[in-house]
Write a protein that binds this ligand. Structure first.
Ligand code: PGA
Length: 251
């Protein structure tokens, strides 16, 4: 089964609304040719509307970087799935390692968030990945298994195919240290083996961690790597356009 390549730029806490629009205007002419790969921009909350308004009717899909699982209520500083849908956000990053590390995001909270995102027609981009210490201790598979199985525990079988999973080894994020093709493929294949056989072939599994134009093609050529979640190299329109081209070519 062929899965549509998925190229997502994770801007993290970067770009004002004006800078976001500038980026979109620089990117659009460069990705206008082939509409093969899905192109996703994960913008900070304050720039979401700028990206949405400047990219309406184009191939760009806009994602948030987090959401709260409750519909509304006394959760100061949080944003709900319904609020994201209200401004036409269509996807959401959940469980990024920076949120697990600095904001106490737990697998249990993610289990609720993934379901709520799906119920609100937001495509969840669930991030999983081991730390350096866990890999050294030979715990990679155990860690991935817990993260994937806990976060997806409440997803109805018929919805599982709508989830996107990003394998992001923590030691490769923002470090310039990319996983080898073999290691990334092995982890992504392992993640796929954990999924219900009915949906495993449908789920897009991305690699993330210092992916850039120079190494994207070979990573995307791996059979179980269906795209990338890209941080640093997604901040410049030219680099991100090159990554989208690699995604188009990988189909
Ligand atoms: P990086 O970040 O590409 O800068 O390593 C990836 C991510 O954190 O999603």
């Amino acid at each position: 089964m062929s899965r549509r390549p998925y190229i997502a730029g994770n801007w993290k806490m970067n770009k004002t609304g004006f800078e976001a629009e500038d980026f979109v205007f620089a990117l659009l002419p460069q990705i206008a040719g082939d509409d093969i790969a899905e192109v996703v921009i994960c913008a900070p909350f304050t720039a979401l509307s700028n990206v949405i308004d400047s990219s309406r009717g184009t191939r760009i899909k806009v994602a948030a970087q987090n959401m709260h699982e409750a519909e509304s209520g006394a959760f100061t500083g949080e944003v709900s799935a319904g609020m994201l849908r209200d401004i036409d956000v269509r996807a959401v990053v959940l469980g990024h390692s920076e949120r697990r590390q600095y904001f106490n995001e737990t697998d249990e909270a993610l289990a609720a968030k993934v379901v709520v995102a799906l119920e609100n027609d937001l495509e969840p981009i669930l991030c999983v990945g081991e730390t350096d210490a866990q890999r050294e201790a030979n715990e990679t598979e155990a860690v991935l298994k817990t993260q994937v199985e806990t976060a997806l525990a409440n997803v109805p079988a018929e919805k599982l195919g709508d989830v996107v999973i990003a394998y992001e080894p923590v030691w490769a994020i923002g470090t310039g240290k990319t996983a080898t093709n073999e290691l990334a493929q092995e982890a992504c294949a392992f993640i796929r083996s954990l999924l219900d056989p009915g949906a495993a072939d449908k789920v897009r599994i991305l690699y993330g961690g210092s992916m850039k134009p120079e190494n994207a093609a070979e990573l995307l050529a791996q059979p179980d790597i269906d795209g990338g979640l890209i941080g640093g190299a997604s901040l410049k329109a030219d680099d991100f356009a090159a990554l989208v081209a690699a995604g188009d070519a990988a189909a």
